[in-house]
Design a protein around this ligand. Structure first.
Ligand code: BG6
Length: 494
């Protein structure tokens, strides 16, 4: 925590785009929880900035329903809002940022003062905002850090342009690129599971592992967000960032140390071993309405009024990634993601090979290590065991670590809480470095271009289903066995 020492000094957290959706639903609640739990420097002020003319009271009103205030916390909640300010200004006029600078300056007593800028703004104003921060708002007596959210471009070229633009204004140590999956408990746990358990290290390779499936499923469609989504699609929205980040943590070599740059060096290295995805390794789908469904389920993607009628944007995708190194050659890493599916789930399944020399008449099933990111963090290892009693039958069971059972009292903070707190302390471990981003676009850009140029039509799947029926065949082709015979039972409190 290199900058814990700075906690005695004034800090200002500036939220640009303070009148938007992300701000009210996610960022205001997050900074309130951090404030409530005393995780921020004592002397932190919050300044919202956006085009809308409004008062702090109005900002408060809009975000009210997203902020939990428990009994007894009312006074603290009041003092949180007292520490807030709001400045209305345009995104492209330097003079407005000078006004913002004066407001921040007012709170900065003493020799040191730090500033953090959170850009919850649309990509169209990104360049203007960053240039103006650089010209009118950087701290003259402390650090300036900038937090940015995706989209970081839409292909290798536009992403590089953005990276060069940012690099011309700020040093890499000042830039915090959020991939909020890196703030999730089980994603952060991946390194511990792998590198603090001797049992896994020797088997984590092509000799023992048949395939790895990394999935993201959501039970709702674009509903109202079609405008943004349609120009990106599920591959850019979820796969190229969240799922690829998870893949690099599952597949990378052991870093030299836990230093953020040592970790990110290893993540980049494994990405460099991946060739761009080929068309044959990508399957895409788009949901259609379910006539028997309820409400939104009846409507397909193309019936969303914010989506062009002839859109071929995928809402579902499976990509098979091949890592060309000595640990993983030949092991398919399957990335699967989709909207409007049957459930909400994000998980990693590391499926081991069949036991060689079977003596159980083909009844053995594969071991599988399941790391459930959400909902309900869990880690379990599917195993074969003798069924208890006189019989000598085999049964599938599991070694199970379900967080809600084992750590009942533990408070698992939200991804954004951890990440914003990391920015205050200057910890870049869970943020995306420039070169990681570059590799991610290198892997995905050619196939995305091919889809777009050829106007490839996605396979239909019904809202609320498991995805296109062809997807199961794709998994089987990739040596991922799904027998359907095993059901993980949520442990019950005794
Ligand atoms: C975002 C995507 O990055 O992640 C959304 O843009 C998606 O489309 C969201 O819904 C999922 O995040 P979470 O934390 O709810 O799994």
């Amino acid at each position: 925590m290199e900058n814990k020492g700075d906690f005695q000094y004034p800090h200002t957290f500036v939220l640009l785009g303070a009148s938007g959706d992300l701000a009210k639903k996610k960022i205001y609640p997050t900074i309130w929880y951090l404030y409530r739990d005393n995780l921020l420097p004592k002397n932190t002020k919050f300044v919202g900035y956006a085009r809308t003319k409004q008062t702090v009271a109005e900002v408060r009103e809009k975000s009210k329903k997203y902020m939990k205030v428990r009994p007894g916390e009312e006074d603290k909640f009041e003092s949180f809002w007292e520490a807030n300010d709001y400045v209305a200004g345009s995104y492209d006029k330097r003079i407005d940022y000078e006004k913002l600078n004066q407001v921040i300056f007012k709170y900065e007593k003493g020799p040191v003062a730090n500033r953090i800028f959170y850009l919850a703004v649309p990509p169209t104003v990104f360049e203007d905002v960053t240039v103006n921060i650089r010209n009118a708002c950087v701290s003259i007596k402390g650090f300036t850090r900038v937090i940015i959210e995706k989209p970081f471009g839409r292909d290798d070229e536009s992403s590089e342009k953005l990276s060069n633009h940012l690099a011309s204004l700020f040093k890499e140590e000042q830039i915090y690129r959020i991939d909020h999956y890196l703030g999730k408990e089980m994603v952060q746990n991946l390194m511990t599971i792998r590198f603090a358990n001797q049992i896994f290290s020797p088997s984590w390779n092509r000799e023992n592992i048949a395939s790895v499936l990394i999935s993201f499923k959501e039970p709702f469609g674009t509903e109202g967000r079609g405008g943004y989504f349609d120009s990106f699609g599920i591959v850019r929205d979820v796969m190229q960032n969240h799922l690829l980040q998870i893949l690099s943590l599952v597949a990378m070599e052991k870093p030299v140390s836990l230093h953020p740059n040592d970790i990110r060096d290893e993540k980049v290295k494994v990405l460099r071993h991946i060739k761009p995805i080929e068309r044959k390794d990508l399957l895409i789908g788009q949901y259609v309405g379910n006539p028997d469904g309820q409400g939104d389920e009846k409507l397909g993607y193309l019936e969303d009024p914010t989506v062009p009628k002839d859109s071929v944007t995928p809402t579902y995708a499976i990509a098979v990634i091949w890592i060309n190194n000595s640990r993983w050659q030949g092991v398919p890493f399957i990335l699967r993601c989709g909207k409007a599916l049957n459930e909400r789930k994000a998980e990693v399944r590391v499926q081991y090979k069949d036991v060689p020399g079977d003596i159980f008449n083909g009844h053995t099933k594969r071991n599988e290590l399941v790391i459930r990111v959400q909902p309900g963090e869990a880690l379990y290892l599917k195993m074969m065991s003798k069924s208890p009693g006189m019989k000598f039958d085999l049964m599938e069971t599991e070694l199970d670590l379900t967080y809600s059972m084992r750590y009942r009292e533990a408070d698992v903070p939200d991804a954004y809480e951890r990440l914003i707190s990391d920015v205050f302390t200057g910890t870049q471990m869970h943020f995306v470095r420039n070169d990681e981003l570059k590799e991610a676009w290198r892997i995905f850009t050619p196939v995305l271009k091919e889809l777009e140029e050829q106007h490839v039509k996605p396979l239909p799947y019904v809202y609320g289903s498991r995805g296109p029926p062809e997807a199961d065949a794709k998994l089987a082709e990739c040596d991922f066995k799904y027998s359907g015979s095993y059901k993980w039972q949520k442990p019950t409190l005794s």
